[in-house]
Design a protein around this ligand. Structure first.
Ligand SMILES: Nc1ncnc2c1ncn2[C@@H]1O[C@H](COP(=O)(O)OP(=O)(O)OP(=O)(O)O)[C@@H](O)[C@H]1O
Length: 284
């Protein structure tokens, strides 16, 4: 069990803000930490890793990491950290990046095999693709079998296909090692696929905490499905208005009434939902 009770005054873009987090995490949980930019996600991970000071207490399996008189040094905290920018040692080969953490060649080989990196084990990081580098960071973070794995948007620099591949590998590794994990993510499909629990931060406070399907599925009441997007334009065609909404990679047209059109503002976030028909899905 991980017990987090911390607070820290942050200087946010709109003035001061108190990062105030109380959270209990059970062993083996996979938490997706989400929330708007600047809500305090990275700072929370850095506090857990001991890279940043904070007030309060941190306890991991009854071992104290932080209280008002004491802060356990980062290197003594049983943590694996995966950053967005890989943070590998450029002068070490792949295998040496892993063995630097712990001289356990069997574990290193097992991790490389699980992530299909065995053939590249003598290569240097600058000869690897982004996806390969991130696999090595992940393997390295697991070398000391940490009590807590922290990942800060680990897949956000990768293209969609590579993201899906690495998500599957993260899942496989999680099933094998059952490492308690907190991963910062902005991607609903990633959170849905990987996490057992989603925690949403806003302005330093937890505003939502629950099962992925309860937090991420946005349809309410009789709505059949609902998408969030940005209103790009409103075009008057004869007697009707058509709103152009950007949803993910697609533009969608929605007919809106005159009064509704007058109240909408370009650039606004909107949700587009339907009630009446059954959507069709086809493989691409
Ligand atoms: N050590 C610090 N002292 C005071 N303020 C800080 C400190 N570190 C970060 N901040 C501020 O706290 C706010 C939250 O930053 P943080 O990086 O944790 O947000 P985030 O949720 O991870 O954002 P993003 O999704 O953009 O990465 C920012 O406005 C930042 O400038």
């Amino acid at each position: 069990m991980i017990e987090i009770n911390i607070n820290k005054l942050l200087h946010g873009s709109n003035g001061e803000m108190n990062l105030d987090v109380n959270l209990k995490i059970n062993k083996g949980e996979f938490i997706a930490l989400s929330g708007f930019s600047g809500s305090g996600k990275t700072t929370l991970l850095r506090i857990l890793a001991g890279l940043e000071e904070a007030k309060g207490t941190l306890k991991i399996d009854n071992e104290l990491w932080l209280d008002d008189k004491f802060s356990l040094a980062p290197q003594k905290r049983d943590i694996g950290f995966v950053f967005q920018d890989y943070a590998l040692f450029p002068n070490f080969s792949v295998i040496d990046n892993l063995l630097y953490v712990k001289k356990d060649i069997d574990l290193a080989n097992k991790l490389l095999e699980m992530t299909e990196m065995t053939e590249l084990k003598n290569r240097y990081p600058n000869t690897l693709s982004g996806g390969q580098k991130q696999r090595i960071s992940l393997c390295r973070a697991l070398m000391n079998k940490p009590k807590l794995l922290l990942m800060d948007e680990p897949l956000s620099a990768l293209d969609p296909e590579m993201r899906t591949k690495l998500q599957n590998e993260i899942l496989t590794l999680h099933k094998e090692f059952n490492t308690t994990t907190i991963m910062v993510s902005h991607d609903p499909s990633e959170m849905y696929r990987l996490a057992s629990r989603v925690v949403v931060l806003n302005l330093g406070k937890i505003i939502n905490d629950g099962f992925p399907k309860d937090i991420l599925l946005k349809t309410k009441g009789s709505q059949k499905f609902s998408f969030e997007g940005e209103l790009l334009d409103i075009v008057k065609i004869d007697v009707i208005h058509v709103a152009i909404v950007s949803i993910g990679q697609q533009l969608v047209e929605v007919v809106v009434g005159n009064e509704e059109a007058a109240n909408l503002k370009i650039g606004q976030s909107v949700s587009v939902s339907t009630k009446a028909f059954t959507p069709m899905m086809q493989t691409l």
